[in-house]
Design a protein around this ligand. Structure first.
Ligand SMILES: [Zn+2]
Ligand SMILES: [Zn+2]
Length: 147
C-alpha cells in the first residue's frame, strides 16, 4: 500500500510550504523531512533524532524536535493522536486510518472507503466544527497476536 503522493510531490510541497511560511530551507530541515518521509512507523521525535544522528552527528535533539513541531504547524506533517505519550509524526497527509497495537505500540496505516465517508452525528456537528475524520482501531497487531 503505497502513499498516493510520491516522494517528489511531497518534496515540492515541503519547499512550497516552507517558502509560504518564510521558513528557511536548510540542509538539516530537508534531511529531517526526508527521514520522516521514509518512516512508515509514525516515529516520535526521539526515534527520528536517533536516525538523524547517524547521518548528521552534530544535530541536536532540540533541533529535531522543534523542526518536527514546525512541520506540523505548516501542515506538511500530522501529529498522530497522542495517548499522553510522546507525540508521534506521520508524513502521510492523505486520508487514512490507524490501527494501534495496545501491546507494542505500533501504529499501522490502513485505507477504508466506508471509514473515509463516515457521517458526523448531528449532536457533534452542533457542538464542534469538525475539520477531519480519522478512525483509530485498537487491539493486537499480527505479531503480538501470535506471541
Ligand atoms: Zn503489537
Ligand atoms: Zn498514518
Amino acid at each position: 500500500m503505497e502513499a498516493k503522493l510520491d516522494r517528489t510531490t511531497k518534496m515540492h510541497m515541503f519547499y512550497r510550504r516552507s517558502k509560504e511560511h518564510g521558513l528557511k530551507i536548510t540542509p538539516q530541515r530537508t534531511a529531517i523531512y526526508e527521514e520522516l518521509l521514509k518512516a512508515r512507523d509514525h516515529p516520535t521525535a526521539d526515534v527520528i533524532y536517533k536516525r538523524m544522528v547517524k547521518k548528521i552527528p552534530n544535530i541536536s535533539f532540540d533541533t529535531v524536535n522543534r523542526t518536527l513541531l514546525t512541520f506540523s504547524k505548516i501542515g506538511i506533517t500530522n501529529v498522530v493522536e497522542g495517548y499522553g505519550q510522546a507525540k508521534r509524526y506521520d508524513s502521510d497527509m492523505d486520508l487514512h486510518h490507524h490501527f494501534r497495537c495496545i501491546q507494542c505500540g505500533s501504529i499501522i496505516d490502513f485505507q477504508n472507503k466506508e471509514y473515509d465517508n463516515l457521517t458526523v452525528p448531528e449532536e457533534i456537528n452542533k457542538q464542534f466544527k469538525v475539520i477531519s475524520k480519522k478512525v483509530v482501531l485498537e487491539g493486537l497487531c499480527s505479531k503480538c497476536r501470535k506471541g
